[in-house]
Each structure stands twice: as structure tokens, then as C-alpha cells.
Write a new protein. Structure first.
Length: 238
């Protein structure tokens, strides 16, 4: 048997190190997400966040639909009441008809104080009545904020159809951009994290008043662009 010298032993060890792969351990996302609404919007975005490793609780007036959605998505997904989802989430995602905002506000505001509320709701006069007319005049962002006075409302994911969200997530090389707007820097950072985790590029348009740019009836609504194209269309600086 050939005797290894000290130098030969070191060479052999070095060679072995070259072929040993060290697994990369990625930390699980720390944010928990409560989703109020388990329809097309809530289930589409919630599914993308579950795939990204987030714990998500779905909620609705009846538990049947949230349970079905959660069961289809696996152990990171669960179901609860709106109150339970609001308490569960570090970020709470609103995916309900806009007419529900006035009743959800008093119910959930005490729980949501200090939390980020990511609002994907859209006001439509033909469906939502008087509250939609107020949101059209004052802006949906500012209107939602009035109903959740202690929360940090961020508008986002309301301007792109869910069929595009489902089909365009994680597209390369130019991800689809999602406009977001809010008054609180930390809340915008959390919202931007969730936009990125879902497979898109966040574009901050400004404070909540700027959310009018991408609500129904305005230039950014249903506008599908990459980040540069969206900024140019909405005249938003990088």
C-alpha cells in the first residue's frame, strides 16, 4: 500500500472537499398572513404565498370555502373566522367586495391596530353602492384607511386581473410590476416583500393618495407592464 505523506494527505482532503456539496438552508419567511376572503383573489394570492413558504390563514363569513382552500394547499394553510385571521396575520390581506369594508372596519380595527393591511379591494358603483361613490371621490386607499384607523393600509394587487396574477407569477426576464401605495414605510416594506414572494416586482407609487392612480377608472388600472414600463406610464420616479 502506498504511504501518504503529510502533503499527500492534505491534497487528498482538498480534492474531497471540492466534490462535497453543502446544502443551502433557507430561513422560512417570518411573516404570517391572514386573508379575509377566500374567493378568486384570496385563493390565488394565498396559494402563491403558501408556495413561497408563508403560513396563511384564510377566512370568510362561512368557514366552508376557507377550509376547502386551505385543505387544497397543504399544511402551511389554515382556515378561520375573519377575527381569527386578523389576529393570526402579521399582514392582513383584504380580498372582499368593497361593500364589506364598512362592516369589517368596526369588527377588526381593534385587532389590526399597528398591523399592515394590504388592501386588494376595488369599489364598483354598480355592486357596492354608496361606499363605492365615496371611494371614487376620496380615493379607495384613503377611504379604506378611515375604516381601519389604527392600521397601516397599503393598496396593492387590486389593479391586475387574477388570471394574469396566476399566469404571470415569476415570469422571466422582466417580472410583471405591481403598484403599491401607503403612508407607512415599514408597512410598504412588508407589502413589497409579499409582492416579490408572489413572483412580481413592487413599484411604490407614493402615499395612499397616489393609490387613486391604479384604482378602477384610472390610468394604472389593469395596466400590465414591467417595472420600468409601469413607472413611465404612471410618471413615478424609481
Amino acid at each position: 500500500m502506498k504511504r501518504l505523506t503529510r502533503r499527500g494527505t492534505l491534497k487528498a482532503l482538498a480534492g474531497a472537499c471540492l466534490v462535497v456539496s453543502v446544502p443551502v438552508v433557507r430561513a422560512a419567511p417570518s411573516l404570517r398572513i391572514g386573508i379575509i376572503g377566500a374567493g378568486h383573489v384570496g385563493s390565488t394570492l394565498g396559494g402563491l404565498w403558501v408556495k413561497a413558504g408563508y403560513h396563511v390563514m384564510f377566512a370568510a363569513q362561512s368557514l366552508d370555502q376557507p377550509r376547502d382552500v386551505a385543505q387544497s394547499l397543504g399544511p402551511l394553510a389554515s382556515a378561520g373566522t375573519p377575527t381569527q385571521a386578523a389576529a393570526f396575520g402579521d399582514v392582513v390581506f383584504l380580498a372582499v367586495p368593497y361593500r364589506a369594508i364598512p362592516s369589517l372596519g368596526p369588527q377588526l380595527s381593534p385587532i389590526l391596530r399597528g398591523k399592515t393591511v394590504l388592501d386588494a379591494t376595488n369599489p364598483y358603483g354598480f355592486r357596492d353602492g354608496a361606499i363605492a361613490r365615496i371611494a371614487a371621490t376620496d380615493g379607495a386607499g384613503m377611504t379604506t384607511q378611515r375604516y381601519f384607523p389604527g392600521a397601516h393600509v397599503v393598496r396593492g394587487f387590486n389593479s391586475v386581473d387574477m388570471s394574469s396574477i396566476a399566469s404571470e407569477a415569476h415570469r422571466t426576464p422582466d417580472p410583471l410590476a405591481i403598484p403599491i401605495a401607503g403612508n407607512d414605510a415599514a408597512a410598504l416594506k412588508q407589502a413589497a416583500e409579499l409582492v416579490t414572494a408572489a413572483g412580481f416586482t413592487p413599484v411604490v407609487t407614493g402615499d395612499l393618495t397616489s393609490a387613486r392612480l391604479f384604482q378602477p377608472g384610472n390610468p394604472g388600472f389593469e395596466l400590465e407592464r414591467d417595472a420600468a414600463g409601469l413607472r413611465a406610464a404612471l410618471h413615478v420616479s424609481p
